[in-house]
Design a protein around this ligand. Structure first.
Ligand code: AMP
Length: 605
């Protein structure tokens, strides 16, 4: 059976879904206003006890879609492991565990643990012994614990496969199946995957019990009069980027979309602090006040509205020249609704989307669904912004000159002033310009060159894992270094296994793993140059295809054997595993990673 959901359908309230009140409270404290489309469709099904096959990617709100009903059903009085979530990378495992922790804030006695390769066993064992109801882990380490008898699944009621296609891509699918076979028949399964390759479908058919399929309908269209651009939010803070965009764009009225009520307030306040006429608009604001705010925008007493999707529906203000998607929308329908707020009444409009690297998948979906390309934009650098500021200042000056108001009065006064103080009229003009500028500096301070993080055009494609254009034996691309691992074709290793092992053991984001070449007895892997030694040493013992990896810096010639065709590009999905968690771990690479390839690493805790 298939259940296709459109974001256009009026979304219910969280309070209408049947969640546990303690879970509802946590969600409301997080500022979530309404469930996303995938949540509205999935939560009631899971609460009914159905198995669910969800086609959803990062950014749709899928984590809450499976976590909220799960938390509503667990027995916190029992210490046994009742929920297991399998995720392809340790970053995702940590992120999901953190999200669950935040949703479980009011569930006293609920324990969540993330387990993944590269982390010491001791800590995991202690936590498992104390009893954790929810375990989030990568397949390899979860399998280890099941084998050792340290993770017992006899009481498991909920199993979630998160990013199943990614687990397949990273060579974990056999491990996943083995783990599934160790769980009780009666458990509920939720399987999420951005794409549905045959192997994922086969797993769904084999293990899921009469699943309901949930897909978010994407077919839709956007007006051609809207110029659509995106900025890949890497390195720079989104707020910094927003300020630069606001300075550089020639705008009239703007709507900025964010995900939560809290974010509307925070961002509107920050913008006010920068001198913009900005206000927030969200569902908790009384209707009368909302109408007043919209009237102010229409009458140019306000220029920027910071809004959530819910309140912006049907907003029709001609002077909106720009829509900025500060937070990426949950689905393509929401995107189309958002950008449809501009380009009204026959005018042209601009839509700008901020995309985190891990959300690139959503960008591709939007492009596919709207059948329009969204151009990548670089951020204006300080030099460009300063040039614009000077231009604007001069335009104002010119306009004042041309208007000539009280010209004779001021000329006479200044003539007297210059004579009395014997100063150059140009110096006086400079002093007056400074006076006109008020407290604000005319130019951005510091290096007039564009700031590195902001101006770097993101290197699209980055590390090419299987670049068949470069001849075998050619050295690594610049910024990369070649490493040797002692596992080769004759051990039965595949590229996916190597990527999986390195990503999880060393915490290197899989997009930063470059070309991999397989030989009979060994393989080579290109990784960002200047890898810290402790990261290298963490790659000595992990096993791939049953062999210790034993990684070392490669020096020497490559044998000239025929090339085995590898997959091309950093990832068929173009997707990057999520960022390491913000709280727990420090990056190991500070100052060491090449700037264009900021590898993300986590400490082994
Ligand atoms: P996910 O697709 O699970 O990676 O979620 C993407 C982001 O959306 C996370 O930062 C969540 O905190 C946020 N999020 C999920 N559901 C909602 C919601 N209903 N309202 C607002 N934000 C949400």
């Amino acid at each position: 059976m298939s259940n296709t959901v459109t974001a256009d359908a009026e979304l219910p309230l969280f309070t209408e879904l049947g969640l546990l009140p303690a879970v509802e409270t946590a969600v409301s404290e997080l500022g979530y206003e309404r469930p996303s489309a995938i949540q509205a469709a999935t939560i009631p099904l899971l609460l009914e006890g159905r198995d669910v096959l969800g086609q959803a990617q990062t950014g749709t709100g899928k984590t809450a879609a499976f976590s909220l009903p799960m938390l509503s059903m667990l027995d916190v009085k029992s210490k046994s492991t009742q929920a297991l979530i399998l995720a392809p990378t340790r970053e995702l495992a940590i992120q999901v565990a953190e999200a669950i922790q935040s949703y479980a804030k009011h569930l006293k006695g609920l324990r969540v643990l993330s387990i993944y390769g590269g982390q010491g066993y001791r800590e995991q064992l202690d936590a498992l012994k104390r009893g954790v109801q929810v375990v989030v882990g990568t397949p390899g380490r979860v399998m280890d614990h099941i084998r050792r008898g340290t993770l017992k699944l006899g009481g498991l009621t909920h199993l979630v496969l998160d990013e199943a296609d990614e687990m397949l891509r990273m060579g974990f699918i056999d491990d996943v199946e083995w783990i599934m076979s160790q769980t009780p028949e009666s458990r509920q399964i939720a399987l999420f995957s951005a794409t549905m390759p045959a192997a994922v479908r086969r797993i769904a058919n084999t293990y899921l019990n009469d699943p309901e399929q949930v897909t978010i309908k994407t077919a839709t269209s956007t007006a051609v009069s809207i110029r659509q651009r995106y900025w890949l939010a890497r390195g720079a803070s989104k707020f910094d980027a927003l300020c630069r965009v606001l300075e550089a764009e020639d705008f009239d009225g703007i709507i900025i979309f964010v995900r939560t009520k809290l974010a509307t307030t925070e961002l509107a306040e920050k913008l006010q602090g920068r001198g913009y006429a900005a206000a927030e608009l969200h569902g908790d604001i009384a209707q009368a006040q909302r109408e007043r705010t919209v009237e102010m925008l229409k009458g140019s007493r306000l220029d920027i509205l910071v809004a959530t999707d819910v309140v912006a529906r049907g907003l029709d203000v001609d002077r909106i020249s720009h829509v900025i998607n500060y937070d990426i929308p949950y689905d393509t329908e929401a995107y189309v609704h958002r950008i449809g707020r501009t380009g009204r009444a026959g005018r042209s409009g601009d839509a700008i989307l901020f995309v985190a690297p891990r959300e690139r998948r959503m960008l591709q979906s939007i492009e596919r669904a709207t059948r329009q390309r969204i151009e990548e934009m670089g951020l204006p650098g300080a030099a460009e912004i300063n040039a614009l500021r000077i231009q604007r200042f001069q335009a104002k000056l010119l306009a004042t000159l041309e208007a000539g108001r009280d010209k004779d009065l001021y000329r006479e006064m200044l003539q007297g002033f210059c004579e009395e103080h014997s100063v150059d009229p140009l110096d006086v003009a400079a002093a007056l310009a400074r006076l006109a500028q008020g407290d604000k500096d005319l130019l951005l301070k510091g290096d007039p060159k564009p700031s590195k993080a902001l101006a770097d055009k993101p290197a699209r494609g980055k590390a090419t894992r299987t670049d068949r254009r470069s001849p075998r034996g050619a050295g690594p691309e610049s910024g990369m270094e070649r490493f040797r691992i002692e596992v080769g074709r004759k051990h039965g290793v595949g590229v996916g296994n190597i990527v999986g092992a390195i990503a999880n053991e060393a915490g290197i984001d899989s997009d930063y793993i470059g070309r991999i070449q397989l030989f009979d007895n060994f393989s080579t892997v290109d990784l960002p140059a200047e890898m810290p030694d402790d990261v290298l040493s963490s790659l000595q013992s992990p096993r791939v295809a049953g062999q210790p990896m034993t990684m070392s810096r490669f020096s020497g010639e490559l044998p000239d054997t025929p090339v085995r065709k590898h997959r091309k590009g950093p990832s068929p999905s173009g997707k990057k595993p999520r960022k390491a968690d913000k709280s727990g771990a420090k990056a190991k690479t500070s100052g060491k990673a090449p700037s264009k390839r900021p590898i993300k690493l986590r400490n082994k805790d």
